[in-house]
Design a protein around this ligand. Structure first.
Ligand SMILES: [Zn+2]
Length: 260
C-alpha cells in the first residue's frame, strides 16, 4: 500500500521475554516530527498474531502519517474510533481469503475447502460481538442514569436474555453485571461498534469508489488513506472524518452488507 513501516518495526519490541508487559499496543512517543512510533507485542507464529500485528500497524500508519504541518495539539487521531477503524480494517485481513492468498502467499486452491468456514467465522464473530457490545452499552446507560438502583443484576440479565438470547439460571446468585470493563473502561463499548461500522464503510468506499478492487493491493488506497484519513489528524471530529473520507456520514448499511 506504500506505507513505510520498517522504521516502526526497527523501534518495536515484538517478542516474548520473561517479565515483559503481556499486552499489545502501538504508541507514538511525543508529537515531534519525524514521529517516533513503536509497537509492543508478544508475537507467536499463528493466525491470532497475524491479525494483531496487522491491527497494531494499522494504528502505526495512522500515527505516522498525521501531517506535521498541523499545530501541535492537532497532531493526533480524530477519535479513538477513527484509529480503531483502520486497525480493524487491516487486522481483518488475517482471515480474508484474498489477502491470505495474494499477500501472505498461501496457495488459493488449498484455501477453497475452508472458504465457507472462514466467511461463517467472520460473520459470527461480528454478530456475536455486536450483541454483546449492545448489552454493555444499554446496561451502563441505565446504570449511570440511576446507580443506586437495587436491581442491577436483574437489569443485566434482562438485557442479556433480550439481546444475546442467553437465559438466566434461576439458581445463580452471583452479581454478573460486575465486569472489569465497567470498572476500568467505563462508557467505552459504543466505540467498538463505531469502529466496526467505520471500518466497513471505509473499506467499501476504498474498494468501490477509489480502487475498484481489493484495497490492500493498491498504493492508491494507501495514498488515499493518508490524505483523506490520517493526515488531517484531529482537525475534525470523527463524524466529519468519516464524511470527508467516504463522502457520507456514518452509515450502518456497509457493516450489514459486509455480513451478508
Ligand atoms: Zn486497536
Amino acid at each position: 500500500m506504500g506505507f513505510e513501516v520498517r522504521d516502526v518495526l526497527a523501534k518495536s519490541n515484538l517478542y516474548e521475554r520473561a517479565g515483559k508487559d503481556q499486552h499489545t499496543f502501538c504508541i507514538r512517543v511525543g508529537r515531534s516530527y519525524p514521529y517516533d512510533v513503536r509497537v509492543l507485542a508478544n508475537v507467536r507464529d499463528n493466525a491470532y498474531w497475524v491479525n494483531t500485528m496487522l491491527h497494531e500497524f494499522g494504528h502505526a500508519v495512522y500515527d505516522k502519517y498525521v501531517s506535521p504541518a498541523l499545530p501541535y495539539l492537532l497532531r493526533s487521531r480524530a477519535h479513538i474510533s477513527s484509529t480503531e477503524a483502520v486497525a480493524l480494517m487491516m487486522g481483518g485481513l488475517a482471515d480474508d481469503p484474498g489477502w491470505i492468498s495474494s499477500v501472505a502467499g498461501f496457495p488459493e486452491e488449498e484455501l477453497v475447502p475452508d472458504l465457507a468456514k472462514l466467511a461463517e467465522r467472520r460473520r459470527a464473530d461480528k454478530l456475536i460481538f455486536t450483541r454483546w457490545a449492545l448489552v454493555m452499552y444499554r446496561f451502563e446507560k441505565a446504570f449511570y442514569e440511576n446507580h443506586d438502583r437495587e436491581d442491577l443484576n436483574a437489569l443485566w440479565w434482562d438485557l442479556v436474555e433480550k439481546i444475546q438470547y442467553v437465559n438466566r439460571q434461576a439458581s445463580r446468585t452471583e452479581s454478573d453485571w460486575v465486569k472489569i470493563d465497567v470498572a476500568l473502561a467505563p462508557v467505552y463499548y459504543h466505540n467498538y461498534v463505531l469502529d466496526n461500522l467505520t471500518a466497513a464503510q471505509l473499506r467499501n468506499h476504498l474498494e468501490k469508489h477509489v480502487i475498484g478492487g481489493a484495497f490492500y493491493e493498491h498504493e492508491i488506497a494507501g495514498r488515499y488513506l493518508q490524505e483523506a484519513f490520517f493526515s488531517p489528524g484531529a482537525r475534525e471530529d470523527w463524524r466529519h472524518t468519516v464524511l470527508r473520507a467516504t463522502g457520507e456520514l456514518l452509515e450502518p448499511k456497509y457493516f450489514v452488507s459486509a455480513l451478508s
